[in-house]
Design a protein around this ligand. Structure first.
Ligand code: SF4
Length: 225
C-alpha cells in the first residue's frame, strides 16, 4: 500500500507549553491546511495549501518560522528525521487543522517506533488516528468558517482544552459538555486567551467551581515557540 504523505508546514523540537502534557519535551509537526477561521488564530499562514507555496522537504525540516511554505512528507520520512535530529519522545501533531487528514498511518508508525503521540484539533473533523494517540480537542465554536464541533471528536477526546476570552466562551463549553452523551469524565483544561487578565480570572473561577484544570501557555511566558 502506498504511504500517505501529508503537507507539513514545520517541524521543530520544544517543550509542550499547554494542557495535560505541559512541560514534556516534544517534537511538533505542524500540518498545512485549515478552514475553521478563528479570528485570533496565530497560525493563519497555515490556512491555505497553495501549490505555489510547495517546497522540497529539506526546506521544512528544522526550519521553523511563520511562513506558508509546506512540503509533502510520508510518515517514514518524518520518523527518520525525528530519530536522527531530535531527542524528544513525544510527538505533537498540530496545524492548521490536522484532522482534515487521515492520521492513522502517521500515528501508527510513530507509536510502533516507541513515540507517544498527541493530536491537537479543533474538534470540527472526525479524528482518524491510532487508538493510543492522545487527542486534545480545543473546541472552536462560532468561527468564521462555519464549522461545528462534532460528537465523534468530543467522544474521542482525552482532553478538552478550551480557549477562553470572555463569559460566552464558558457558556459555549458548558453547552458542548451538556450535549455529550459519552466520555463524561474527559479532562477539561481552560486556557485564557493571550494571558489576558479578565480571561485568566474567569478561568480560575470556573476551574475551581468545576474541578477543571487551568492551562497557561507557559511557552509564551518563557519566550519559546
Ligand atoms: S483551528 Fe487552529 S489553525 Fe485553524 S483557524 Fe482555528 S486556531 Fe487557527
Amino acid at each position: 500500500m502506498a504511504s500517505l504523505a501529508l503537507p507539513v508546514n514545520e517541524v521543530f523540537e520544544t517543550i509542550q507549553g499547554e494542557g495535560f502534557h505541559t512541560g514534556v519535551p516534544s517534537i511538533f509537526v505542524r500540518l498545512q491546511g485549515c478552514d475553521v477561521g478563528c479570528s485570533w488564530c496565530d497560525t493563519k499562514h497555515t490556512w491555505q495549501v497553495l501549490e505555489s507555496d510547495r517546497v522540497q522537504p529539506e526546506l521544512i525540516i528544522g526550519a521553523s518560522g511563520d511562513t506558508a511554505r509546506w512540503a509533502m512528507l510520508t510518515p517514514n520520512q518524518l520518523l527518520e528525521q525525528f530519530k536522527t535530529r531530535y531527542q524528544a519522545k513525544h510527538i505533537v501533531i498540530t496545524g492548521g487543522e490536522p484532522c482534515i487528514y487521515d492520521l492513522h498511518e502517521l500515528t501508527n508508525v510513530l507509536i510502533t517506533a516507541g513515540y507517544s503521540v498527541q493530536i491537537e484539533t479543533s474538534g470540527t473533523y472526525p479524528v482518524k488516528a491510532a487508538a493510543k494517540a492522545w487527542v486534545t480537542v480545543s473546541p472552536k465554536v462560532d468561527m468564521k468558517g462555519g464549522k461545528v464541533v462534532i460528537e465523534q471528536a468530543l467522544h474521542r477526546a482525552n482532553e478538552i482544552k478550551h480557549p477562553v476570552a470572555r463569559e460566552r466562551d464558558l457558556t459555549n463549553l458548558k453547552t458542548l459538555l451538556t450535549g455529550m452523551t459519552s466520555n463524561l469524565d474527559v479532562l477539561v483544561c481552560l486556557q485564557p486567551i493571550s494571558q489576558q487578565q479578565r480571561a485568566t480570572e474567569l478561568c480560575i473561577q470556573a476551574c475551581i467551581e468545576n474541578n477543571w484544570r487551568l492551562s497557561l501557555q507557559t511557552h509564551k511566558f518563557i519566550g519559546i515557540e
